[in-house]
Structures are given as structure tokens and as C-alpha cells.
Design a protein. Structure first.
Length: 217
């Protein structure tokens, strides 16, 4: 399994990917420093070396732009979506650097920026027809954007779970998808801690395992 990235390493890698897709060549060490307010080129070089040590880059230290991004389809129409084995406990857990692996998809299928996959558990999402090992696509959302009946992931009482969202007279109800237990009633929907809404499903019909990639976007 690839090593996780620090937040600044993830941001630098994302910037390099977007820069390459836009310009067809890599940013220089100085340009990376300017992008992130890092005055020392030595510090930028250390971040790049950390990315190389973790298997995300291949470097030629003798050249300013001597960097090759590894393990990623850099087609401008492709994007790598982070995948989690379990629902993140909060929004911070959705940072791509903490994901267990990534799937590269056409941008038109990958959802909005910030989307991520979660490996489904049959007991959690059987209502949706999900099977053990399916990958559920989650997209960022807010209570104001949700329609009645939307399937969401939310944090309730220190735990993350899937719910059906229902709005009634200005309040919000979260109904457990398992059918067990009473709905959670939230007087002000703006107080909901929403991790995302379910918008897609990926399934291998031959039950083969899904390969991981080493880079994110």
C-alpha cells in the first residue's frame, strides 16, 4: 500500500498534476515555492524528495523541471478519485492523502471536485442493492442542496453512517438505511455534519479485486 502524504505534499502533488495537464511540462521548483509561499527552494526540493521516497515521483535533481509523476493517467479528461475502506469519521478524513487507494475515471463520471469512493458493506447499503465490495461514489453536499429522499453519509453521535434525508417543516430527519432504530431529527439542517451524498456505484461483475493507483487528484 502506498504511504500516505502530508497535507502540503498532497497539495504540491495536486498542483503539479494540474500544471502538467495545462502546460504539458512540469512547474519549476521556484514556481512551486511561489505557489505555496515557500521561500526556500531547498524546502521545496525536500518536499519533492519526500514524494519520490513515497513512490509518487521520479526525480532528476540536476534539472529544475526534472520530475516525472508515477502511476497516474495524466490525460486531461481523467481524474483520480480517493477510495476509503470505511466512511471517514469527519470531513477532514476525506483528504485524498488519507485514502487507502484511488480509482482513475473519466471526469464526467467522477462527480464534483472533492468526490470520493467508499467500499460498501452489504449490511449498510443493502437497501440500495449494494453488494459487499462495491464502491459507492460520494459527492460533497450541503443541506440546502439536498432533495427529499437523498441518500447521504452523515456524522451522528460521534459515528458516521448512511441515511435517507427527509425535510419536514424546516427540520431535517435522517432515517437509517438499515431500517433499524428511530430517525435522527435535526431542528436546524445547517447543523448537520454531512460527509457527502451517494451519487454512483462501481461494481466488478467478475468479482475481481480492484487495483490501487499511487497518485491522487
Amino acid at each position: 500500500m502506498p504511504l500516505n502524504l502530508t497535507e502540503i505534499e498532497q497539495r504540491i502533488l495536486d498542483y503539479m498534476v494540474e500544471y502538467l495537464r495545462t502546460n504539458t511540462y512540469q512547474p519549476s521548483i521556484r514556481e512551486i515555492g511561489e505557489q505555496f509561499g515557500i521561500k526556500s527552494t531547498k524546502t521545496v526540493s525536500e518536499h519533492l524528495q519526500a514524494l519520490a521516497d513515497k513512490g509518487f515521483l521520479e526525480r532528476d535533481p540536476s534539472r529544475s523541471r526534472g520530475v516525472k509523476i508515477l502511476g497516474m493517467d495524466l490525460n486531461a479528461h481523467a481524474v483520480s478519485v480517493p477510495c476509503f475502506r470505511n466512511l471517514p469519521v469527519d470531513r477532514n478524513g476525506q483528504r485524498a492523502g488519507r485514502a487507502e487507494m484511488h480509482l482513475t475515471l473519466d471526469r464526467r463520471l467522477a462527480g464534483e471536485k472533492g468526490a470520493f469512493f467508499v467500499q460498501a458493506r452489504a449490511e449498510e447499503l443493502a437497501f440500495l442493492g449494494c453488494m459487499e465490495g462495491d464502491y459507492v461514489l460520494m459527492e460533497p453536499t450541503s443541506a440546502t442542496d439536498l432533495v427529499n429522499g437523498a441518500i447521504v453519509a452523515a456524522r451522528v453521535e460521534e459515528a458516521s453512517a448512511y441515511f435517507r434525508f427527509i425535510r419536514i417543516d424546516g427540520t431535517a430527519e435522517l432515517h437509517p438505511l438499515s431500517g433499524k432504530g428511530l430517525p435522527t431529527i435535526v431542528e436546524d439542517p445547517a447543523d448537520l455534519v454531512l460527509l457527502g451524498r451517494v451519487t454512483g456505484l462501481y461494481r466488478r461483475l467478475d468479482h475481481a479485486s480492484v487495483s490501487s493507483t499511487v497518485t491522487t487528484h
